[in-house]
Each structure stands twice: as C-alpha cells, then as structure tokens.
Design a protein around this ligand. Structure first.
Ligand SMILES: C[S@@+](CC[C@H](N)C(=O)[O-])C[C@H]1O[C@@H](n2cnc3c(N)ncnc32)[C@H](O)[C@@H]1O
Length: 336
C-alpha cells in the first residue's frame, strides 16, 4: 500500500495533532464555557459575549471540539455538551476540569522541552519552570489547588479492597492528597482514626473534604522525607513512590520504617508497569513522571525490591484492574 495514503496516515495525523484538541479543550475550559453550557445549548455568539472572546475564533474552536466528539453543533451555531464534554464542567463528579487546566499550562510547557529530558534524563519541568514540581506547587498555591483536585478525582486504588484492615485502630495516609482515600477507609471502618500527612496547601483542601468525619481525623502538614507520625497500626503510601527516584523513595520508606511500631503494617498502592509488556495507561503516566518529575512507574518486582532494600519484608501482594486497564497493586509489608 502507498504509505502516503490510507488509514495509517490518518491514525498518525490524529496522534500528531492531538495536542491541538487538548489545547482547544484547555482554552474553552479556562474560559468557563463547559459550565455555561450546563443548562443547555447556547450559540457561539452568545458565549463569545459572555466570556469576552472573539466570536469567530471561539466558533472555530468549538467546531473543532464538536468534531472531536465533545460537543454537538446544531443550526444557528448552537453548541451543546456531549457526555465527554460534560466532564469539563466544574460541578460534575469525576470532573476532568483540573486535569485540562494543568495539562494545558504546566504540562504542555514541560513537554516542549522533552529533548532536554532525552539528553539528560532530568525532568524538563525543572528546566522550564526553574524549580522542581513540588517546590513550584509550594510557590503557586492556586496551581497546587488545581493539581490536588486533579488527584482527588482519581479512583480510589481498587487493590485496596483486598487489604483486610480489621483491627487497625490508627491509620496514617502519607502524602494522602485531598483525603479521598482516607475518607473511604474511615467510612468503611467507623472505629478507626485516621491521620493525613501532606504539604500545607493540600492539608487545607483535605480539611475541607473531610469536614464530615471531623474528630476521627488528624491533619499534619509535614515533609514526609523528614517526619512521619509514629506508633500507628498501619501506614499507607498511595501513588506517592512513583513520583520519586529509587534513592528518594527509599528515603521516604526509611522515615516510615523508623516511625512504625515493631508489628506495624505498610500498604503501598500503585499502578504498575507490566514486566516486559506494554500498557498504554501505565506508560502514559510514566511518560508524565519522566518529563514532570524525577519519578517513574515501576513493575511489581521493582516495588518489592525497593521495599526489601529499605528494610521491609513483603507480606502480601494484591492485584486489581486499575485505571484504564493498568494493574493496580496493594503491597503489604512489615519491618524486616
Ligand atoms: C501523586 S499525589 C498522590 C495523592 C494521593 N495519595 C492519591 O493516591 O491520590 C502525591 C502526594 O504527595 C504529596 N507530597 C509530595 N511531596 C511531599 C512531601 N515532601 N511531604 C509530604 N507530602 C508530599 C503531594 O502533595 C501529593 O498529595
């Protein structure tokens, strides 16, 4: 077949141009268009007035988003949200609005310097933004809030369901984000107390989210490289270790180990990269880690090794289908 025609060419063109659609999504989301369409269809003219956009430019962007399946267009340049487009609204469960905003700014800016990452192995984010990812979030609370909201809408790691938490009186969620996971655990275990450790801006958001659980949660803003509360029955590290190199991940694990009582339990929750296989979801997140921070997505065996070299003994591994098909694991460990 002629390589310059046919579906291969269309597929590749779709891949090469996918950032255009993502950026169009970002722009209309930032302008608040999906929220304005929540009550029903509106014309491009009307929307342009409300969001202070150039009418013809907005129409062309909305038309492109309609061809991508996010909107419908009807007579009179009227636009309405389709099911995927609904997820760009700010007020729907599982909203991807925060993702769209952060992908459209910090993430895309970092990807423009992917050559730097390829030459050096270092995150392009640091080159573009002049500092590391979490240090940048500390300096930009408004972006920190968006990032934390994006984490909060991720599903609670499914492999957690296989962990028996009976008899756990106190559980510490280290780097627990906005508290979605802790909230679910505490709902299911009414006698349990929870402790959430994270950075200051994140703790502020978590307090808001966990408002209803009140006196069963303690919030600690701390740097988990330096401090983890001691003497809890169980410690959870969910989607934390994949943000860090082996050296840094081991540093966190050693801090946890030093705080843990002799018979304490550590539960690691992560999406894993299959051994030698290919998984699109896990590889995409790993690509994000490569360009944005110094972490990477590991295989199950690599997590086991990390635990062993950090003074832990793996006691159980549970697997479940994770987000978009990745294998989500819960690895339970005690002090070696
Ligand atoms: C990828 S998010 C995971 C959030 C949550 N555990 C989850 O499963 O969705 C990593 C978390 O680690 C927190 N974090 C990063 N560096 C930290 C540090 N030095 N001390 C405490 N928390 C930190 C971030 O603020 C963020 O909430």
């Amino acid at each position: 077949m002629n390589p310059r025609t046919g579906t291969e060419r269309n597929v590749l063109f779709g891949i090469l141009s996918s950032t255009w659609i993502a950026q169009a999504c970002y722009a209309v989301t930032k302008l608040g268009v999906p929220d304005l369409l929540a009550a029903g269809p509106r014309s491009a003219t009307d929307l342009a007035k409300e969001v202070d956009a150039d009418e013809r430019a907005l129409y062309r962007v909305l038309r492109a988003l309609a061809t991508a399946g996010l909107l419908t267009e009807s007579a009179g340049r009227m636009f309405a949200l389709r099911r995927h487009g609904e997820l760009l609204r700010s007020d729907v469960p599982g909203s991807l609005r925060p993702n769209s905003l952060i992908y459209g700014e910090e993430v895309i800016r970092s990807f423009t310097e992917i050559m730097y990452t390829l030459r050096t192995g270092r995150p392009a984010f640091d080159k573009v933004h002049g500092t590391s990812f979490y240090a940048y979030l500390d300096e930009h609370p408004e972006i920190d809030q968006i990032f934390t909201s994006a984490q909060g809408v991720l599903e609670v790691p499914p492999a957690l369901a296989a962990c028996d938490l009976t008899g756990v009186a106190t559980l510490v969620d280290i780097g627990g984000g906005d508290g979605a996971l802790l909230a679910e655990i505490l709902q299911a275990h009414q006698a349990m107390r929870g402790v959430l450790v994270d950075r200051p801006e994140v703790i502020r958001q978590a307090k808001h989210r966990l408002d209803g659980i009140g006196d069963r949660v303690e919030f600690i803003d701390a740097d988990f490289f330096r401090f983890v509360p001691d003497n809890a029955d169980a410690y959870v590290l969910s989607r934390v270790l994949h943000n860090w190199t082996d050296d840094k991940a081991a540093e966190i694990l050693r801090t946890v180990r030093a705080a843990m009582p002799e018979n304490g339990r550590l539960i690691i929750l992560e999406d894993t990269v299959p051994d030698g296989g290919q998984d699109r979801s896990a590889s995409l997140v790993d690509l994000l880690m490569l360009v944005m921070m110094e972490g990477y997505d590991r295989t199950e065996a690599e997590y086991h090794e990390l635990l062993t070299t950090s003074g832990f003994r793996v006691t159980a591994t549970h697997r479940a289908p994770g987000a978009r098909g990745a294998v989500n694991v819960a690895i339970e460990a005690g002090r070696a």
